[in-house]
Design a protein around this ligand. Sequence first.
Ligand SMILES: [Zn+2]
Ligand SMILES: [Zn+2]
Length: 132
Amino acid sequence: MMLYLTDSAQFAEFPNFHDYEFRCRCGCGLLHMAYCVLVGCQILRNHFGVPFYPTSGNRCEKHNVNSNGAIHSQHLFGRAVDLVVPGVPVHDLAAAGMALIPAFRDGGIIQYPHRGFVHFDVRPHGPYRDVR
Ligand SMILES: [Zn+2]
Ligand SMILES: [Zn+2]
């Protein structure tokens, strides 16, 4: 069973992240993030020692359409995060997620070298890898 974070108080154990960074960006405030995604973010934060925040966490249906997200995007289910870590190349960020975080290794890792971010997810039927 997957645990989910649904309110700001639950973020207390992730000292470098806040609930508002993961809520849907359309303004609806949707927050339903898989706990293991936050664990992965904190491991990467500790590893690189550089502040960063997700460029996309949760997305509601409407925002997913407006973001040109996949129809069954893992962002809809709070199982995905898009990350940019300043000074860290996309390939290195993907490799770190693969090496350090079993939930990402078993899930999805999609590199977007031209847009400069990596999508990590904890999909139930992984692993999935792509470079777009
Ligand atoms: Zn929304
Ligand atoms: Zn994504």
